[in-house]
Design a protein around this ligand. Structure first.
Ligand SMILES: Cc1cc2nc3c(=O)[nH]c(=O)nc-3n(C[C@H](O)[C@H](O)[C@H](O)COP(=O)(O)OP(=O)(O)OC[C@H]3O[C@@H](n4cnc5c(N)ncnc54)[C@H](O)[C@@H]3O)c2cc1C
Length: 413
């Protein structure tokens, strides 16, 4: 049997950051992961200014991607292209991208350097509970089970959240979710200082898909190239993402002088807080486990890092059962619900071909798209007083009122 103050299940960005913050706050921390590091994670590897901001707070920004940074987003499609620099403001104007194999290992090392104990190849397999309080967690390592007793359990076990499900976590797939595939390609343009997204994503038959293709330069002689689509149970994306990716790579090959796609892998993305049962008296779900992923662009590393810090600040203030979902709703609720509603519109086959040309061509696109990129990246904070920020907040408030019953970290399924 092992005792600790904080048990963190899962050592992706969310779990490692939580372990680092908790150790820094003076807690005795045990961080476990069923994999051993370095390990891969299917991802676009993109780090928005929001993520970069959190990495500065963790003190690791200088170690990201060998100093490679990007300045914003170039959006292409429907006969147009628009450049949207990362906006000035709270999060700063620096983004980057780093293969997850290296990025996650860096964060694990950071957690250990701050004082967390790390168990690799260690899976949380069962739980003992009294009502909504966790009394002990059984961790299986090398075929041996250890009973871990912790004052608090932070669950950061990713999109499928197998351990979270034991605690009652439920993912609502009636709400919009993502399916996406990524690959790595060599290129002489890997230090291109912009990330690129193609929103006119057509499959082999020429049909526009509700999603986008991306090329994220990594600064190391490669790009991360991928494609993703939005889906709901009612309108499932009828697309093979790996085929879509290879079709997209073929379209971009000449311009980027791309080598063949390697390490092709696909995964699901929960989006915008569409899960229930994310906390009990002494436990809380963070990161992908809590569906903290931006519905409009699929970024979740930043929210993983942020929810890590938020939950650690909450430890010791009282039961987490209601406090944690309330804090999530206060922090992200309106923005996520609004973005989820907009993403849902994109799953209607006629929507994107209708608005795409308006947004990306001519003078309207040039004015509209930098604002859209700011909204897509959720790079607006409460202190922002400009017209776009005010309009976004007003729309967020209106959607929240209309969609009051939509699952958003609800206490019950
Ligand atoms: C194709 C694709 C592209 C994406 N692109 C981007 C992007 O460019 N930028 C961005 O910000 N986000 C992107 N995302 C989202 C991003 O990958 C996730 O939001 C992010 O990985 C969430 O981090 P996490 O720590 O919550 O979970 P994870 O990174 O999934 O980590 C979970 C960890 O928990 C461990 N684990 C699971 N179960 C157990 C258990 N029972 N016991 C112990 N350990 C366990 C796993 O081994 C894993 O290491 C993308 C996602 C996909 C699928």
């Amino acid at each position: 049997m092992t005792d600790c103050d904080v048990l963190v299940v899962g050592a992706g960005p969310a779990g490692s950051a939580a372990a680092a913050h908790a150790a820094e706050a003076g807690h005795e921390v045990l961080l476990i992961d069923s994999a051993s590091f370095p390990r891969d994670k299917t991802c676009g590897d993109g780090l928005t200014p929001r993520a970069y901001h959190q990495l500065r707070r963790l003190g690791v920004a200088d170690e990201i991607a060998g100093g490679y940074v990007n300045h914003g987003l170039k959006l292409h499609g429907f006969g147009g292209s628009v450049t949207a620099p990362w906006p000035e403001g709270h999060y700063g104007t620096v983004g980057s991208a780093m293969p997850r194999t290296l990025f996650d290992a860096l964060l694990v090392r950071t957690a250990v350097a701050r004082g967390a104990t790390l168990w690799e190849d260690a899976t949380a397999v069962s739980v003992e509970r009294t009502a909504d309080r966790v009394d002990a967690v059984t961790v299986r390592r090398g075929g041996v089970d250890t009973r871990v007793q912790a004052r608090w359990i932070i669950v950061a076990d990713g999109v499928r959240s197998t351990f979270g499900r034991l605690l009652g976590r439920q993912w609502h797939r009636g709400e919009v979710y993502g399916i996406a595939a990524r690959s790595y390609c060599t290129t002489p343009h890997s230090r291109e200082p912009w990330i690129h997204s193609h929103v006119e994503l057509r499959d082999e038959d020429g049909a526009v898909q509700p999603g986008y293709g991306w090329i994220f330069p990594l600064g190391d002689g490669r790009v991360n190239l991928g494609a993703g689509a939005l889906s709901t149970d009612a309108r499932p994306a009828k697309v093979n993402t790996k085929k879509l990716l290879s079709h997209y790579a073929a379209q971009r090959r000449e311009e980027w002088e791309l080598g063949p796609e390697t390490d092709v892998a696909s995964a699901l993305l929960p989006l915008g807080g569409a899960v229930s049962n994310v906390a009990g008296e002494n436990w809380a779900l963070i990161g992908d486990a809590a569906a903290c992923v931006n519905p409009l662009n699929g970024e979740g590393i930043d929210y993983g890092l942020e929810t890590a810090e938020l939950v650690v600040d909450l430890l010791g203030t009282g039961p987490l059962t209601h406090a944690w979902p309330e804090l999530l709703r206060d922090t992200y609720g309106e923005a996520f619900l609004l973005a989820r509603t907009a993403a849902r519109l994109l799953t209607y086959p006629r929507f994107l071909p209708l608005v795409g040309p308006l947004g990306l061509r001519g003078p309207v696109g040039a004015r509209l798209m930098p604002a859209a990129a700011r909204l897509m990246g959720n790079l607006i904070v409460d202190e922002d007083r400009d017209l776009i920020a005010r309009a976004w907040r007003a729309a967020g408030g209106a959607v929240s009122r209309v969609r009051r019953d939509s699952p958003l970290w609800s206490a019950t399924a």
